[in-house]
Design a protein around this ligand. Structure first.
Ligand code: OGA
Ligand code: MN
Length: 291
């Protein structure tokens, strides 16, 4: 290749492969180095694959936090978490997800082990989450996903009719309470409850998903207990094994998933009192739900 050709064709890789990992969701992307900017055509292909497969597993990555931020920004606007800074002072938008206590020792449990979709209590819930493995236990420490489109499709007609116009209140306050923590007034003011369609239409694909998970509290305009019972019944239906996909982490994995149609949770299927499990998380802001 001549020097001129090299100059006009920078070292952007385009010979990558996208391979489906299951019939339900998830595809593996190999042959891309996400530390480099993606060219516009590759970005479009990744976005299309993201909409089709909902969970992308990029193999063999080794991104610094700054590189993860730069990768994330190619697909949208980075989003902060809640008033608690889960990042570092200089990079608050890269959340450190770990099973370590304040002294840096494995504390025997993992966080985020209940079914949820990230920041569904916001008026514009997260569009995507990007989670990059930093330190993994020797085995286990999986992340499990649920396909909320398939779960919606699997409802009987009467239930679809019942939920079509309902709005579900998502509450950070309630979900922290269920984890044994009372929010401060400042935290509450920062993350008030928000209602969303229970049968949520995906803004980019038009498919309908059941929009519940651990932040989902009750149904607007229904007595609390009756609404709560419906929310829990839908979650029980959705989280049946037939709608689940399990990701077993490999070193170098970076996951990018669609929070608008998947639930997820961490699974403590490893000795969480002995082995550290550390990942870096960035989130992309979504759009307000409609109507
Ligand atoms: C999260 C989360 C899952 C995991 O950080 O939002 O849900 O497997 N993590 O750690
Ligand atoms: Mn999460």
């Amino acid at each position: 290749m001549s020097a001129e050709m090299t100059a006009t064709r920078p070292e952007i890789k385009t010979d990558f492969a996208i391979t489906a990992l299951s019939a339900l969701m998830a595809a593996e992307v190999t042959g891309l180095d996400l530390a480099m900017p993606l060219d516009a055509a590759v970005q479009r292909q990744i976005h299309a694959a993201f909409l089709e497969h909902r969970l992308l597993v990029f193999r063999g990555q080794n991104l610094t936090k700054e590189e993860q931020v730069a990768f994330t920004e190619q697909f949208g606007t980075l989003e902060r978490h809640t008033t608690r800074n889960r990042g570092t002072a200089n990079l608050p938008l890269v959340h450190i997800v770990s099973n370590l206590d304040e002294d840096g020792k494995p504390m025997g449990r993992v966080r985020s082990d209940m079914w949820h979709t990230d920041k569904s209590f916001r008026p514009a819930p997260s569009m995507a989450t990007i989670l990059h493995a930093v330190t993994l236990p020797p085995e286990g420490g999986d992340t499990v996903f649920v396909d909320m489109h398939a779960a919606y499709d699997g409802l009987d007609a009467a239930t679809k009719d019942e939920i079509v116009d309902l709005r579900v209140v998502h509450s950070w306050e309630l979900s922290r309470e269920n984890e044994g923590r009372v929010l401060s007034a400042e935290e509450l003011a920062d993350a008030p409850d928000n209602a969303h369609p229970l049968a949520r239409v995906h803004p980019e694909t038009g498919r309908t998903a059941i929009f519940v998970g651990m932040h989902a509290s009750h149904i607007e305009g229904k007595p609390f207990d009756a609404g709560r019972a419906l929310v829990l019944r839908l979650e029980e239906h959705a989280t049946q094994p037939r709608y689940q996909y399990r990701h077993s982490w490999r070193p170098g994995d970076l996951l990018m998933w669609d929070n608008r149609c998947l639930l997820h949770r961490a699974e403590a299927n490893f000795d969480a009192a002995t082995y550290p499990r550390i990942l870096h998380r960035t989130c992309i802001r979504g759009t307000p739900t409609s109507p």
